[in-house]
Write a protein that binds this ligand. Sequence first.
Ligand code: ADP
Length: 324
Amino acid sequence: MKKIGVLTSGGDAPGMNAAIRAVVRAGINQGLEVLGIKKGYVGLLEGLYDEMTARSVSDILHRGGTILQSARCKEFKTQEGVQKAVETAKEIGLDGLVVIGGDGSFRGARDLSLAGLPTVGIPGTIDNDIGCSDYTIGFDTALNTVQEAIDKIRDTCRSHDRCSVVEVMGRDAGYIAAYVGLSCGAEAVIVPEKHFDFKKDVLQSIAEGVKRGKEQHLIIVAEGVTKDNISAIDMAKRIEEETGVETRATILGHIQRGGNPSVKDRVVASKMGYFAVELIKEGIGNRIVATKGDDIVDYDILEGLNMSKKLDAELLKISEILSM
Ligand code: ADP
């Protein structure tokens, strides 16, 4: 193993830069040449890359986004696309690759490994939705961003005796919603993992809260719920119509994907990047680096993609009880 590449793919997440830095510097420390492939799999198909030095990753540890940029690449999903990517990798002399991204990117990493380019995946997504890893890079920073935004919404909510419906990201998972639901004192947390009854869980809860003297109300809804059911805006309208409490909807959107990574994200990203190089330097590919508690572990990609984890139901239960 002489030359490896690193790329970021799919949705970006704070801490991806810390992972890139770790792969580049751990690689150099092992005597490897490291190429920074730009724009995810697009760059691999088109041969867009920079030769990385220890200095190319200076001053990025604390920055959100990804210096290598990320992209979604349809062409790569085809067999011809994967073949072309492996050929380009050969032309530029790559012996191995580290892919930082989510489950879609890992499917691509598996295809590359099977086609002859050993590839290791590192979970980077704010959604925390990778079944084989307790934690994914970016989740903690996103939680802090959402919490800060909701604290501000709460200030103005309080001033006007209002109800706020806040939609948070998470794709098809409710991790962000469930954690900030508890940390921000939401009255109802609506997530895709749990059936909800709008009348009972939201309208009734607000009406009972009003009777108990509550002057402000916070409902957190995960994007995975709104896309198939009722939108946050329609939810707010119904709450106002049926409870008489003035209600506003806020869709936090992409603010959740940016910002300087938290301590946790920098530490996990650095450890995972280092660990990925330990695998790839031995020519070991087709693996996902993951966390199990505080440990860094690795799984076969297909095995990892087939694993699932459960949203901690206690988070929702405790949040409901404490929001009295
Ligand atoms: P994420 O990695 O965050 O889940 P995407 O699902 O958008 O993001 O995947 C990022 C890229 O990974 C896609 O644009 C595509 O190039 C590649 N990819 C996604 N799904 C597959 C798949 N099933 N097989 C091969 N490559 C895939």
